[in-house]
Design a protein. Structure first.
Lengths: 299, 306
């Protein structure tokens, strides 16, 4: 069922030479579809537009009624100002550090377990895999206090270790993605390598992993998004401001400005926090969709 | 699900089994260390008196008794969380499906629209919450500005207890593209022959939707429902950033309650009690939905157990 999952590749079939006499009804339907698509799309984009336009306004222009749709003057300096008011560059670097460590960890841990669940036969395999899936249902809130106590006990608070080390033990969802992918790799490849005397670990590392670039990319992107956007864990584990990732840095900016509400600069900062995700999304849309769809259709 | 943990007899198979365990060893350790262990420990904590200092002292059901009888905030959390779930889930399910049907039309440029509709779903976190806080701003927000065009008086979206839940549902529905994509995949996996033979039988599009699309889509609806349910009950970030639980505890969702209890009041034991309460609610509802699934989820061919 995985092959059915490519919603972005459907060619538009409208306008073929053969259907010259498009009926009035069909025309009407197409017009209606476009009307709905456009109005919905505009509605969804309004918040993004509001973010962009606010980030280029003066404070006075923000605080006026009726609202100003297009800034009379683009205040680009709101953007560099963010870097002066907060250690924003530092926040970005911190977020990248956490994300990189976490991605490497989850790739190693999740692919190992995924390989085991997909290609090795051992007693209890189905039960353990089922157990893995049930952890997806466990709310983070149930384990957050014990986690905090545990990391506090080993002295890892205010470091990035609580983010990175657990990743190496695999992530339930990413294990699932790797398993699904590995199950689709032909048995013959494995058998041929075995006859040549290849060890199982080499089959995993030198045959399966090089064949798994799409799923590696998908998992990396999902992991990047979750580390980049995560607020709860930084909130709980980090104390010194210079170690904050972007999410927590933004929150600091927000509370520090509570009295004055410097909206333009807040929106400029938010724009910059969002930008990597938006760019990544447009570059890797297909991977995204495949990852989501793999779980949704496959059951 | 085989619960037989007997090792296989043949030497080769035994070797494969041992190697297999080595591959999943990190996961097993992680499961025990970061999932199962902490889960049990937090259950234990919920029966103790522990405030981040000294050692936990067993107190039996005291925390639970307190929660059900005296905690002034439990009701706020229950009320707000359920209100959000009830407001959000049906809309997410239905609007997501409606948009997916629209996206399944073969018109030129449809893939551009798909990306546009999907984009809000992948952007989340603090930046988006801050953005929406300003969209909802009573005096200078764009939402009231748009509504004013239609003669609507300005609404205190985030400061008026009567409106704040509506605001959270609107904001969450903005990310409906997430379920849209899943629905779309479900729609595209429906065999076209079904529609063709229905057309020969003279079925109109409403009947096709009702008797082919909807039944074939029930596994997808089921999936969106379950994941939506689990996710919606854990709402935290947007409320933490936008309202901090207010006004007057109207958005004091379970997640916020647990967070504040644990990491501001440092009542670790009681926070664990609340967390288990939330877990019990989510688990009960999930199991309930699963138990109804046999009656309304249709699996074509009922293929082998995955």
């Amino acid at each position: 069922m995985t092959t059915a999952a490519q919603p972005f590749t459907q060619p538009a079939s409208a306008g073929r030479a053969s259907d010259i006499h498009v009926s009035r009804r069909q025309m009407m339907q197409t017009v209606l579809v476009y009307a709905l698509l456009f109005s919905g799309g505009i509605l969804l984009m309004v918040p993004f537009y509001w973010m962009l336009s606010t980030s280029l306004k003066t404070l006075a222009e923000v605080q006026t009624w009726p609202i100003v749709w297009i800034p009379s003057q683009f205040i680009w300096s709101n953007y560099p100002a963010v870097f002066q008011k907060t250690p924003f560059a530092r926040y970005i670097l911190n977020s990248l550090t956490i994300a990189t460590g976490g991605i490497i960890g989850t790739l190693v841990g999740s692919s190992l377990a995924g390989f085991g669940f997909a290609r090795m036969r051992f007693p209890g395999r189905n039960f353990l895999f089922f157990l893995n899936l049930t952890t997806l249902m466990l709310p983070a809130w149930v384990v957050i206090v014990p986690h905090f106590m545990m990391f506090s006990y080993v002295g890892w608070l205010d470091t990035y270790l609580p983010f990175i080390v657990p990743a190496f033990f695999g992530n339930a969802y990413h294990i699932f993605l790797f398993r699904q992918w590995f199950m689709g790799i032909p048995r013959e490849l494995e058998d041929a390598a075995r006859i040549d005397g290849c060890s199982t670990f080499r089959i995993y590392s030198q045959i399966f992993m090089p064949l798994s670039k799409p799923v590696i990319a998908t998992v990396s992107i999902f992991a990047f998004f979750s580390y980049w956007n995560d607020l709860i864990y930084p909130l709980v584990y980090l104390q010194s401001q210079l170690k904050f990732p972007v999410s927590l840095g933004l929150r600091m900016f927000q509370t520090a400005n509570a009295g004055v509400v410097d909206m333009p600069k807040m929106m400029a900062a938010s724009m910059m926090a969002l930008l990597p995700c938006v760019i990544l999304f447009f570059f890797a849309q297909r991977l995204f969709v495949q990852g989501v769809v793999m779980t949704g259709v496959e059951k | 699900m085989a619960l037989k943990f007997q090792m296989p007899k043949s030497k080769l198979a035994r070797r494969e089994a041992i190697e297999g365990y080595f591959f999943i060893l990190p996961w097993i350790l992680g499961f025990l260390l970061f999932r199962f262990g902490p889960m049990l420990y937090s259950l234990f904590l919920s029966f103790t008196d522990y405030a981040a200092r000294g050692a936990p002292k067993l107190v039996g059901f005291e925390n639970y008794v307190y929660m059900f009888t005296r905690d002034p905030r439990l009701l706020d959390s229950l009320r707000s969380t359920f209100a959000f779930v009830v407001g959000y889930l049906p809309l997410n399910l239905s609007i997501g499906l409606a948009i997916a049907l629209l996206m399944n039309q073969h018109v030129r440029g449809i893939f551009i629209f798909r990306s546009i509709y999907y984009l809000p779903a992948v952007t989340s976190g603090v930046a988006v919450a801050i953005l929406w806080q300003f969209v909802f701003h009573k005096q200078w927000g764009i939402l009231n500005a748009i509504l004013a065009v239609f003669g609507v008086q300005s609404i205190g979206w985030l400061v008026d207890p009567a409106w704040v839940m509506v605001a959270f549902v609107i904001m969450s529905i903005w990310g409906v593209g997430g379920s849209m994509i899943i629905y779309l995949a479900g729609l595209q996996s429906i065999p076209t022959e079904l529609y063709e033979s229905a057309a020969i039988d003279g079925a109109n599009s409403i009947r096709k939707f009702w008797f082919i699309t909807l039944p074939m889509l029930t596994p997808t609806i089921f999936f969106v429902l379950i994941t939506g349910l689990i996710g919606a009950f854990q709402i935290f970030e947007s409320a933490y950033i936008m309202t901090g639980g207010g006004p007057n505890y109207a958005t004091y969702f379970f997640g916020l309650n647990i967070y504040f209890t644990a990491f501001q009041s440092l009542r670790f034991a009681y926070a664990s009690t609340l967390a288990w309460m939330l877990f019990a609610i989510i688990a009960a509802l999930t199991i309930f939905v699963f138990s109804t699934s046999r009656r309304w989820v249709y699996y074509a061919g009922a293929h082998e157990d995955a």
